[in-house]
Design a protein around this ligand. Structure first.
Ligand SMILES: NC(=O)c1ccc[n+]([C@@H]2O[C@H](COP(=O)([O-])OP(=O)(O)OC[C@H]3O[C@@H](n4cnc5c(N)ncnc54)[C@H](O)[C@@H]3O)[C@@H](O)[C@H]2O)c1
Length: 281
């Protein structure tokens, strides 16, 4: 095996990016966190330091550094994970910036919830070193990561990426050939799609669906509560990308969901979504 991963760059330190950083820092990797918004960099610092303190990994705090300058962040990393918002053009732009800055051996991965990296790889020269590494936050309770190749990803990149997932104590979900939704997101898409139809069509209340789900599966949260946790803006854009890919009208998310997003009712993060979370927006 060639390159070993020691230093990891995170580009986009929002909800998911900071969790990936914390999981990798807990497992002794050197982490370089970048976001173009200084407030997000500050929030990520608080979150990651808090996780490391709670887990009694105080010595790992010094292994995490924070940047508002991409060139400084990526000068010596072995793996970069892009976790910027779910927008294909933005992801291509960010992949291109990373490709221009990161060392030649560096693997570039996207945490996209819906875009296969084959749709992003045209933005980089190193097409043999790209991956989908898709996490399922909250990472501590859902320690699994889809790993999928681009059209030219080589075996070494794939094996190095898979080993890194194991090294951060997550289960690699190997996608054997390109699949929209990877492994579990595809299953989750089918669940979301039907739940939204039941709710939007007035067939049953969201509470009824969540209760049925909890009784049937033994899980603590139903699909609507889970969607509120993910963020309805993320849910909407992911569902739209499935629809855009398939062109099947049955995949189109309901307009009612779009209206909630436009109204700023994004779930837990804004205090109101399918449920009222009791906090002001
Ligand atoms: N939310 C989830 O549960 C979840 C799960 C798996 C994957 N994802 C994927 O992760 C990605 C990020 O989602 P999120 O929920 O963490 O979003 P988020 O909005 O919480 O975070 C995105 C971050 O990217 C930053 N950003 C935006 N443009 C940037 C740029 N050009 N350069 C650097 N930083 C930039 C923002 O400031 C923000 O901090 C998306 O592709 C999403 O599909 C999300």
């Amino acid at each position: 095996m060639g390159e070993e991963i020691k230093k990891v760059g995170i580009v986009g330190a929002g909800f998911t990016g900071k969790q990936i950083a914390a999981q990798a820092a807990l497992n002794n990797f050197i982490i370089k966190v970048y976001d173009f918004d200084p407030k997000c960099v500050e929030d990520a610092n608080k979150y990651i330091s808090g996780v490391l303190k709670r887990k009694n990994k105080l010595d790992a705090i010094k292994n995490v550094s924070y940047y508002s300058d991409l060139s400084e962040a990526l000068e010596d990393v072995d793996l970069v994970i892009e976790a910027v918002p779910e927008n294909l053009e933005l992801k291509k732009e960010v992949f291109s910036q990373i490709d221009n800055i990161a060392p030649a051996h560096t693997i570039i991965a996207t945490n996209s919830s819906s875009y296969p990296v084959s749709k992003i790889e045209s933005a980089v020269k190193r097409k043999d070193k790209v991956l989908n590494l898709h996490f399922y936050p909250p990472i501590p309770t859902r320690p699994m990561v889809d790993i999928m190749r681009g059209s030219q990803t080589n075996d070494e990149t794939f094996e190095v990426g898979k080993k890194w997932i194991e090294d951060i104590k997550c289960e690699p979900l190997v996608v054997k050939k390109e699949c929209l939704g990877f492994v579990f997101n595809r299953v989750w898409h089918a669940v979301k799609k039907e739940c939204l139809k039941i709710w939007d069509g007035g067939y049953a209340d969201k509470e009824t669906v969540d209760t049925a789900w909890k009784i049937f599966t033994g899980m603590k949260m139903g699909p609507f509560l889970t969607m509120d946790g993910v963020g309805l803006d993320v849910i909407y854009s992911v569902e739209m990308s499935y629809y855009n890919e398939s062109g099947d009208p049955r995949d189109k998310p309901p307009d009612t969901l779009k209206e909630m997003v436009e109204n700023g009712d994004l779930g837990l993060k804004t205090g109101k979504g399918f449920y009222n979370w009791g906090r002001k927006k």
